[in-house]
Ligand binder design. Structure first.
Ligand code: GAR
Length: 203
């Protein structure tokens, strides 16, 4: 299965996907990266991995729909079947989702439905939560509201600051996100309406 990754920043999740999926016998591989931020570190990571980076600055577009149509067309023309949002800091509009119905997934640094949106680890700490984690979910038109596929939890320690907690969560993201991609590629996970069907435990 050909995977397109959308990212805006450092790209540690992009790297984890490449490292995990680009091995003998893998059911999925990363076909290309789309990045909306020229100069982002993830572009360098793609170059090192020999993966095409499509850099499209969203600021050059009149509206979100025009931008989303451009990148959806770029992915379609490369045969992408599954889209992974990996630290992609933009809302995805119906103009994009309608071209990849049920085939867009996102990784979020919280145990959804708690703490959607920005700075999720900080939100969790500020609420006094003692458990945090990450969620991989199908993307719908809301912000972090789509059907949940898999989650992993980590403790919040009294000594944590935002950076320490984020690092602990990201370690889990790097494991969980590729595991979900493999499960989708092998049809161990499917989506029926808003129901996620699993034939194996993804942990
Ligand atoms: C990841 O922790 C991801 O969960 C988060 O951005 C980080 C990107 O890191 N995404 C969101 O907060 C989306 N709501 P990376 O660029 O090193 O993969």
């Amino acid at each position: 299965m050909k995977v397109g990754v959308l990212a805006s920043g450092s790209g540690s999740n992009f790297q984890a996907l490449v490292d995990s999926l680009h091995v003998e016998g893998s059911p999925a591989r990363v076909a290309c990266l789309v990045c909306n931020v020229p100069g982002a570190k993830v572009i360098e990571r793609a170059a090192k991995a020999g993966i095409e980076a499509i850099v499209v600055d969203h600021k050059a577009f009149a509206n979100r729909e025009a931008y989303d149509t451009r990148i959806a067309d770029a992915l379609t023309s490369r045969g992408v079947e599954l889209v992974c949002l990996a630290g992609y800091m933009r809302i995805v509009t119906p103009a994009f989702l309608s071209k990849f119905t049920g085939r867009v997934i996102n990784v979020h640094p919280a145990l959804l439905p708690a703490f959607p949106g920005l700075h999720a680890p900080k939100q969790a700490m500020e609420h006094g939560a003692v458990i945090a984690g990450c969620t991989v979910h199908f993307v719908d038109e809301g912000t972090d509201t789509g059907p949940i596929i898999a989650q992993a939890s980590v403790p919040i320690l009294p000594t944590d600051d935002e950076a320490a907690l984020t690092a602990r969560i990201q370690k889990e993201e790097h494991r969980l996100f590729p595991a979900v991609v493999r499960a989708i590629a092998t049809k161990a996970v499917t989506l029926e309406g808003r129901r996620v069907k699993r034939t194996q435990v993804i942990a």
